[in-house]
Design a protein around this ligand. Sequence first.
Ligand code: PSU
Ligand code: MN
Length: 309
Amino acid sequence: MTNFRYSSVEINDEVANALEKGRNVVALETTIIVHGLPAPANLEVAEECEAAVREAGSVPATIGVLDGRVVVGLSAAQLRSLADPDRHAAKLSARDLGLALANRGDGATTVAGTISIASRVGIEVMATGGLGGVHRDVRDSFDESADLTALSRNQVLVIASGVKSILDIGATLERLDTLGVPVAGFRTDRFPGFYQSESGFSLDWSLADETEAALAFLAHRELSSTGFLVANPINPESELSVELHDRALSSALERARALGVSGKEVTPVLLAEFARYTAGASVAVNRELVVANASLAGRISAAIAKERV
Ligand code: PSU
Ligand code: MN
C-alpha cells in the first residue's frame, strides 16, 4: 500500500502506478455492494465489475473505509471483510468521511463519497448502477441524494443507468440542470430508467462513442468545475417489464412508508423490497447494468488517457 497525498488515504500500488503513468483508473463504489445488493450476488458483482474494467483496458479502484482508513483499491479480502454483515459497515456519503475516519470506523462509500475521494486522488471516471436523486416524497421529506451535489462539486465522469426508478426522475433531471451537471446518453437520446432502458424523459445530448465521451468530458473539465453524467441504458432485452416494475415499485414505496424509514435507510429498503417482490429479477437486472457500466467506464477512461496525450 502506498500513502498518497493524504495520510488518511491508502492507494494500492497498482492504482498508484496507473495514476502516475496514464491515469486510466476507474473508481467503483461499495455502497451498492454492502447495502444495495443481497449476498452472495454482491461480492460476485464487485468481482465482475473489476474484471470488466480490466478487460476494457483500465485499472479498477474499489473504494471504501476500513479500520478508519480510506482504501482506494480494496483487495478481494478487504472487500469481503467490509461486506461481512458482522462488521455493520456504515453507509458513507461525502460528508461522513472525516467523522468515520476519526472514529476508526468501517464504511461503504456512496457515489457521493466515492467521487469526492476519487477527485482528490486524481481518478476521473467512476461507474455505478443508478445514481441517487430526488425522492418522490420530496415535498414532505426534503430527501434529495447528496450524489447530486457531489456531482456538482467534483470533476468526475460518472456512468450510471440513469437514476434509480424509485425516485422522481423529472425532478432529478431538473436538479442536475440547476447544479450545472451535464447529462449525456451513451448512444441514446432517451434518459434510461435504471431497471428499464427508458424513463420517458429525453436528453439534449447523446454520445456516439467512447472517444466523443472523452473529448466532451475533457472540454467540460476545462470550462467547468462540475462532474459529468453519462447515462447508459440496460439492454432492452434484459429490462424488467413495465408491469412487474410498477407493481414492485408500489410495494417498495408502501413498505418504506410502513416501516417509517428515513434518511440513508430509504434507498436500501426500497431496493431490498424490489428484490423480494420480483423474486430476484431486479437483482439480475441491477447486476447486468452495473457490470455493463463498469465496462463502459473502463473504455471511456482509456479513451480519456489516449486523448489527453
Ligand atoms: N446503484 C445501484 N444500487 C445502489 C446504489 C447505486 O444500483 O445501491 C447506491 C449508490 O451508492 C448511491 C446510493 O450513491 O445508492 C444512493 O443512496 P441515497 O439515495 O441514500 O443517496
Ligand atoms: Mn437520501
